[in-house]
Design a binder for this molecule. Structure first.
Ligand code: SAH
Length: 249
């Protein structure tokens, strides 16, 4: 039996948001490779080996998965959300580029998933309904000055902005700095969505003006979406709807 490797997105958390294609790959797999909490989302079964790893070893994990596939195993590398968004698909291709030439002949597929920003946006309404950008606020793999430059330029271009990895224990001050840069560029009235643990039982949504946003409102399970100058609320009984109209004027 010839091996393959699929890099699959498990979606934001809810079972109903896993695609049929990903479920089928999981059902055929002999091996699951991924960061512990993501690997733990795959139901154990006889004949399925779970290889859970630490968060910071993406390249090793990717090379390990390629090595297993080269031995003839059927490997699913799992990511949360979509595997191509700040996740394992790029790590796999970095390992492929640097690895033995023989790996390039392997059957490799990327199976998309519902990324956190789309799940969060859908819960709140349609804040990404006009032009938007996505920025990873983690400075693990890029320097802070580059993050700040991208924040300022995106704000000046009046994009709605979706922020992944807003805050970690390792760098609690980064997100506070990001908020003050955004206040300088967008003013205090700009609307901000904090969407935590979307599609899980712990889900919470909160919408505040930028002037009231604080760093403590986000953690590593939170997606932060800052609206454009056109983003607004529709008040109604219960939670308001946050949306961005389709036209710029
Ligand atoms: N590949 C993933 C993103 C990985 S980066 C995806 O496409 O969604 C991890 C960041 O994603 C977290 O810090 C958080 O900002 C966001 N995130 C992931 N799952 C989330 C969820 N269920 N609710 C809110 N944000 C989430």
């Amino acid at each position: 039996m010839s091996g393959w490797v699929a890099v699959a997105g498990l979606g934001p958390g809810g079972e109903a948001l896993i695609t049929l294609e990903v479920s089928a790959a999981l059902a055929e797999a002999t091996d699951i490779v991924g960061y512990g909490p993501y690997a733990a989302r795959v139901a154990p079964r006889e004949g399925l080996a779970l290889h859970a790893s630490d968060n910071r070893v993406e390249l090793e994990r990717a090379a390990f998965a390629l090595g297993l596939a080269a031995e003839g195993r059927r490997v699913v590398v799992v990511s949360s959300g979509d595997p191509g968004v700040f996740a394992m698909a790029s790590a796999l291709f970095e390992a492929l580029e640097a690895g033995p030439a023989g790996w390039r002949a392997l059957d490799i597929r990327v199976l998309p998933g519902i990324t956190a920003m789309l799940a969060a946006a859908a819960r709140a309404g349609a804040p990404l309904g006009h032009d938007f950008c996505a920025i990873n606020l983690s400075d693990n793999l890029k320097p802070w000055p580059l993050i700040e430059r991208r924040l300022r330029l995106a704000a000046q271009a009046d994009f709605a902005m979706a922020f992944y990895n807003p805050r970690s224990r390792a760098r609690p001050e980064g997100f506070a700095r990001a908020l003050s840069v955004l206040r300088e560029e967008c003013g205090d009235a700009r609307l901000v969505l904090f969407a935590r643990a979307v599609s899980t039982p712990e889900e919470t949504l909160r919408i505040v003006p930028l002037g009231e946003a604080t760093a403590e409102m986000a953690d590593m399970r939170t997606m932060v979406i800052v609206g454009s100058s056109r983003t607004r609320l529709i008040e109604r009984p219960g939670a308001p709807i946050l949306y961005t109209p389709r036209s710029a004027e």
